[in-house]
Write a protein that binds this ligand. Structure first.
Ligand code: LCS
Length: 400
């Protein structure tokens, strides 16, 4: 489908990135090839020089990868996108493209653990310093910015606390400093939030999550707003080498066709479950953007088109109670990752956010007792029965 901003989002999900191919297939073929034949030496040279359109080598670009990239660029309202081998490869590509030794980054404290670790180890080793702040607090963001700040990096809602940051206001702070606002939009997917509409310069996703949606691909994507940035990022990605492959791109592109449908069900189920958990006597605290008790509930209503499928809770019995719950569920699967059709449950302090270290975790509000739930698209009554039985086990052991 040619870029057509007039059609609605669910129509774009089905048609974006699909173009004409030999024999007229209605879905892009999987071009499972590492390299492409040239008609002549002159033809090959013109492709490498960028004088003619076409493909040379799959690390540089491949039609199946490009079809998926085009689809996501359209869904995010961006110019073009770059498919990466994982969400972390996407994040590395962004920092390697935008920073150099002597530069400074401001990053949310509540982000996926390895993002913090990447900034604190590899980027630090290359001379890039990071200040971590609670980006839901604009004063903290303003205070953290320095003359050499080049990137404001925001994950909203943040993993795993689900704190929400004000993108429009953070964009203003970034522009005063001529810095780039980079947003990790993994938790919302383009169906529920488009950071570019609030000014973001760069949007990235772990494709592994809602965009693919079926827990069978690891991938990442970076969406940019203009051709110069695209060319610059493409060169970085070609050098770093962290590209996605054609088959995974095909699967992601297939997943995107049902993104809108899936997100509706994730949101619907998660709200019912969050409201049920909030009333449960064993639940000490809960974070879900769709609950009025969420500290940034109103902001969420402005920024999101739905509240998402992620919930974080802490039980009255703390870590020990959480362990019993996670070991007792039967339908929810005890596994990291999120955003697939199946419901998952996990323990951030010992799993997804372990690599950050305890100090950084606590600074981000990631306490030892937190339990994170990714709500799938199953029947919500079945999911609640499973949680109810697991919480009954907690009650038996704790005799509360
Ligand atoms: N950004 C966010 C918000 C994430 O949640 C993750 C992975 C990544 C980036 C990195 O993506 P990947 O390289 O894994 O494709 N989050 C995970 C999580 O919470 N559980 O397991 C992985």
């Amino acid at each position: 489908m040619k870029e057509n901003s007039k059609v609605n989002f669910e129509t774009k999900c089905v048609h974006a990135g699909i173009s004409e191919y030999e024999f007229g297939p209605v879905v892009p073929p999987i071009y499972q090839t590492s390299t492409f034949k040239f008609e002549s030496v002159e033809h090959g040279a013109s492709l490498f020089a960028g004088e003619k359109k076409g493909y040379t080598y799959t690390r540089m670009l491949n039609p199946t990868i490009q079809a998926m990239e085009d689809a996501i660029a359209q869904l995010e309202g961006g110019h073009k996108a770059l498919g990466c081998g994982s969400g972390m490869a996407a994040i590395h590509t962004v920092f390697a493209s935008l920073t150099q030794a002597g530069d400074h980054v401001v990053c949310s404290t509540a982000v996926y653990g390895p993002t913090t670790t990447l900034l604190n180890t590899i980027m630090k080793k290359y001379g890039v310093e990071t200040t971590f702040v609670d980006t839901s607090n604009l004063d903290e963001v303003k205070k953290a910015v320095k003359p050499n700040t080049k990137v404001l990096y925001v994950e909203t809602p943040g993993n795993p606390t689900l704190s929400i940051s004000n993108l429009e206001e953070i964009y203003k702070i970034a522009k005063q400093q001529k810095a780039n606002l980079v947003v990790d939009n993994t938790f919302m997917s383009p169906a529920l939030q488009n950071p570019i509409a609030f000014g973001a310069d760069i949007v990235l996703h772990s494709l592994t999550k809602f965009l693919n949606g079926h827990a069978d691909v690891v991938g990442g994507i970076v969406v940019v707003k203009d051709e110069a940035t695209y060319q610059h990022f493409r060169k970085t990605l070609n050098q770093l080498g962290g590209v996605i492959d054609p088959f995974n791109s095909f699967l992601v592109h297939r997943g995107i066709k049902t993104l809108w449908l899936r997100m509706q069900k994730h949101c619907e189920n998660a709200l019912v479950i969050a409201e049920w958990l909030e009333k449960h006597s064993l639940v000490k605290s809960i974070s879900y953007p769709g609950l009025k008790s969420h500290p940034q509930y109103e902001l969420g209503l402005k920024q999101h088109r739905g509240h998402g499928g992620m919930i974080t809770i802490e039980l009255a019995g703390g870590l020990e109670a959480g362990k019993i719950m996670m070991n007792s569920v039967k339908l929810f699967q005890l596994a990291v990752s999120l955003g697939g059709v199946e419901s998952l449950i996990q323990h951030p302090a010992s799993m997804t956010h372990f690599s950050m270290g305890k100090e950084a975790r606590l600074a981000g509000g990631i306490t030892d007792g937190l339990v994170r739930i990714s709500v799938g698209i199953e029947n919500v009554n079945d999911l609640i029965s499973d949680l109810e039985s697991a919480l009954e086990e907690v009650r038996k052991v704790n005799q509360v």
